[in-house]
Write a protein that binds this ligand. Sequence first.
Ligand code: ADP
Ligand code: ASP
Ligand code: MG
Length: 402
Amino acid sequence: MSLIVKKFGGSSVADDNKLRNVARIVTQSRADGHQVVVVVSAQGDTTDDLLEKAAALNESASRREMDMLLACGEQMSAALLAITIEKMGCPVISLTGWQAGMQTDSNHAAARIKDIDPERVRMELDKHNIVVIAGFQGINKFGDVTTIGRGGSDTTAVAFAAALKADLCQIYTDVDGVFTADPRIVPDAKKLDAISFDEMLELASLGAQVLASRSVEMAKRLRVKLEVLSSFRECPGTIVKEVVKMENMQVSGVARDNNVARIALIGLKDVPGVAARVFSLLAQHKINVDIILQSIGRKDAKDISFTVAAGNLAEARALLEEHRESLDYEKLEVSDRISKVSAVGAGMVNNPGVAARMFEALAAAGINIQMISTSEIKVSVLIDLADSDRAVQVIHQEFFGG
Ligand code: ADP
Ligand code: ASP
Ligand code: MG
C-alpha cells in the first residue's frame, strides 16, 4: 500500500460533474489499495471573484481580512468534494488547512509554511478515511487564518507529501502534463514525459503556471516525487525529478510572463554608487528587480532600465518619485504593456547559439527585443505585450518545429 497526495486545481473541481469526476479518481485510487490525501483549490474563478467582491467594498482591505475571505474558496471545495465522495459510499473527511496542521508565518497573503503537524491527517488515514485538505491556507502563531500566495495549493500538496512521506504527489490539472510551451498558445506543443526539477523551476518562475514555482523548489529540496497529469483524460503525465536525460534537447520549453513592468530612469549621473542607491531603495521595500540594463555613460549621464512584477509597479514608481532629488535623475518612464518570453533548457550550457537562434526567429517575425537576460539554462527577452503570443509561437517553432 502506498500513500499518494493528489492535488486538484480550480478547473478540475469547477462544477458538480467535475467534482464527481474527481471523486471517482480518488475513490478508484483508494479501491486500488492506496491511502489517499487530496488537496483542493477553490472552484473555477472563485478566488478572483472573491477578490473582486472585496475590492467593490474596499480597495485597500487589510491582508488579514483578505485571507479570511480567500480561504473560504478552498474550504468550500474541500467540503463539496467530501460530500460528493460520501455519496459514493466511501469514508472521507474534509479538513481546513489549519485542522490539517499547516502552520505558517504571519505574512498574510504570502505566508511561508513553517511547519506541518501531520498527526490529525495520519489519524484520519488510520481510520481508513480519504482525507480532503483545503489548499492554499494555514494558521499563524496567533491563531489567524493565512494564505500562502496565488497558486499556493500546489505548494500545499507538496508540503503535505513531504510531511507525510508520501510515495508520490500528483498534481491534476486541465492539460495532460508539462508541455514544451503553454498548449493554449502553441496548440502543437509537445508533452514532456519527464523534466528535471531545475528546468521545471525555471519554467515555472518564468511564467509557466502549470506548477507554482514554490512547489517545485520545495519538491526538489524535500525530494518529493512529483507528477503533473490531467484530471479529464486518463494518460501518463509528466514526471518531475532530479535528473532527466535529454542530451539532444538544447531547449526543453518556452515560457512567458505578462505580469511584468519596465521602469526606466533616464539621465542619472554617471558616477559610482548610483545603481547601488536605486536598487537598495527598492530592496529595502522588498521589491524584487529582475532584468537590469544600464546604458554606457554619455557625457556625464547614464540610463538604467529594469523590470519588476506588475503588482509592484505602483509602489516602485511612487518610491522612485519620492526620492527623485537624492537619486538625481532627469526622467522616469514606465510601461506595463510588456511581456517576458523565455527559452529554458539545461542543454544550453554546452550549446552556444541558442540565444542567436532565438533572436533570429524573433527578427524574422519582425518582433523587437527591448531587453535581454541570460543564465546557464535560460534566455529571456522583453518584448511588447502585443507580440507575446507570436513570440512564444515562433521561438517554439524554431526549437521544436511542427
Ligand atoms: P489549475 O487550476 O489546475 O491549478 P492552472 O491554470 O494553474 O491550473 O495551470 C494549468 C494551465 O497552465 C494550463 O491550462 C496551461 O494553459 C498553462 N500552462 C502554461 N505553461 C504550460 C506548460 N509549459 N505546460 C502545460 N501547461 C502550461
Ligand atoms: N485558489 C488559489 C488561487 O487561485 C490557490 C490555488 O488555486 O492554488 O491562486
Ligand atoms: Mg495552478
